[in-house]
Design a protein around this ligand. Structure first.
Ligand code: FAD
Length: 467
């Protein structure tokens, strides 16, 4: 078991190398870690897990009610959703089953609701209900005027995407997976049954390769001689409103979907904020996660209609994530048995939800390539620190504070993060490599002052831990 960011990999080939430590790659690593006979490497270009699309999404645990019926994505979202809900309950990942309302703003959208309910049934989701305007406003009194009705999807939930990726990585590393950080694959080749992955840290060899490189999965796929899909980054900009806005909204408020995607939503977060977004902009640059004045203006315009009072609330932050869109209506997951290679491409806007089911599916495909998985054992359970507002935070737990006063000593006052939580995160099995990594593990500096008041104290603790 190791987490390294320098030094050459061993010469002996791994049984499996997974490229990309996003939520998908980490879920696959965790799944393979159930098999103690396998030597597994998880190889990541950046300095932390979950630094790509997995850190910047809307963090909804979907039911899959609106997936394309019969698609692989529909099945994996449906299965993944159930699995992740159960895993979250076991491992302390905050989830709130707030439910969603697809709001119809005109007659055409109203007429579409029964069709969406029927689509949900074809996706094996049977709990939707069409609501009239009176029911809708009783549920969401602050909704803007003019809504005609809604489809209620009670199973839609909000989740902490940061904790999810970290929980998978933690379990994988504890069970023996070697995590290589700051190891971008610059070239991949396959000869004599072994993959050679060149990184600035030296070559890494593996008999099987899983490509979970997200936005860059097409590049790696091409370097192995395939031309199955091209990733076009589809940017989603989002606005995070202060926790004072939380009382304005009870459900995830969705528009009736169009061909371009799920559209702009208003949704609470497990940290007590309210999100407005995302946009859907096809770009050329896979690194362009910037927010734009035009994008934010359009979001505010749409937000004004959905929840007018939200516009009066303070904005805490803006961010953008890039979906790995491919022009195909489904994931691009494919096994190439002759090469001992599995591509996990086109995991666009549901990868967080589907991650555990994708991992099971990919493990099956690896076995189909002839990989002998060997015996399977249960993993040591993981208990993640709670970042969610619906559950007691450490400073609210007298038992914890009495046993260790550091949990009662707040460092970040906006988000009420204690010294004890920061200390634990810095000493964790997959420790943060930056202040942003520490924020994703604790919420420190994520609040309304964005680190203006606590920044120096948080940095001092971070630097002390780096030695
Ligand atoms: C705006 C937005 C909203 C979304 N909302 C939701 C939602 O509500 N619910 C949901 O379920 N999903 C949602 N998604 C989708 C979800 O976030 C993604 O499907 C998921 O994060 C994809 O994970 P991944 O591991 O495939 O990709 P990533 O997280 O991008 O991970 C890929 C990793 O591969 C690494 N990598 C790339 N190339 C190389 C290389 N050559 N060498 C080494 N490493 C490499 C990258 O650094 C990166 O860390 C949303 C996405 C966006 C953008």
């Amino acid at each position: 078991m190791s987490v390294t960011r320098s030094g050459a990999p061993p010469v002996e080939p791994y049984d499996v190398a997974i490229v990309g430590a996003g939520v998908v790659g980490c879920a696959i690593a965790r799944r393979l870690a159930h098999h103690p006979g396998l030597r597994v490497a998880l190889v990541e270009a950046q300095d932390d897990v979950g630094q790509g699309t997995s850190k910047a999404n809307t963090a909804i645990l979907h039911t899959g009610f609106d997936a394309v019926p019969g698609s692989l994505e529909a099945r994996l979202v449906r299965e993944g959703s159930r699995e992740l809900a159960a895993y979250a309950a076991e491992s302390g990942i905050p989830v709130e089953r707030v439910g969603a309302l697809l709001v119809a703003w005109d007659e055409e959208q109203l007429a579409a609701l029964p069709r969406l309910a029927e689509k949900a049934r074809r996706n094996e989701y049977h709990d939707t209900r069409v609501l009239g305007a009176a029911d809708l406003y009783a549920r969401e009194p602050r909704l803007g005027p003019g809504a005609l009705g809604a489809l209620h999807v009670p199973g839609e939930s909000i989740i902490c995407s940061w904790t999810t990726t970290l929980a998978y990585a933690t379990q994988a590393v504890r069970a023996g997976v070697d995590l290589y950080l700051e190891a971008p694959i610059t070239h991949a080749g396959h000869a004599d049954g072994v993959h050679r992955l060149d990184t600035p840290r030296g070559p890494l060899h593996a008999r099987r390769l899983v490509n979970a490189a997200g936005l860059h999965a097409d590049t790696l796929d091409r370097s192995l001689g395939h031309d199955d899909f091209t990733v076009t980054p589809r940017r989603g900009q989002l606005v995070v409103h202060d926790t004072f806005a939380r009382a304005l909204v009870r459900h995830i408020l969705l528009p009736v979907p169009t061909a371009l995607g799920k559209g702009v939503l208003v949704a609470p977060t497990v940290y007590g904020n309210v999100l407005l977004g995302p946009t859907a902009e096809d770009l050329d640059d896979k690194g362009d996660t910037g927010s734009t004045a035009e994008g934010l203006r359009r979001l505010r315009e749409q937000g004004r209609r959905i929840l007018p009072a939200l516009l009066e609330e303070e904005v805490t932050a803006v961010y953008a994530g890039l979906r790995a869109a491919t022009g195909h209506d489904d994931y691009r997951i494919a096994a190439h048995p002759g090469q001992g290679y599995v591509t996990v491409g086109g995991i666009r806007s549901t990868g967080l939800t589907a991650s555990l089911a994708i991992a099971a599916h990919v493990t099956g495909l690896l076995a189909d390539t002839g990989l002998d998985l060997g015996a399977r054992r249960p993993l040591e359970p993981v208990r993640m620190p709670n970042l969610g507002e619906a559950f007691p935070r450490p400073h609210q737990r007298p038992d914890l504070v009495a046993a260790d006063p550091e949990y009662g000593t707040l460092v970040c006052h906006c988000e009420r993060v204690s010294r004890g939580e920061i200390r634990d995160a810095l000493a964790g099995p997959v420790p943060p490599r930056s202040l942003d990594g520490l924020r994703r593990r604790t919420r420190a500096r994520a609040g309304r002052c964005q680190g203006f008041y606590c920044g120096a104290a948080v940095r001092a603790l971070f630097e002390e831990a780096q030695g």
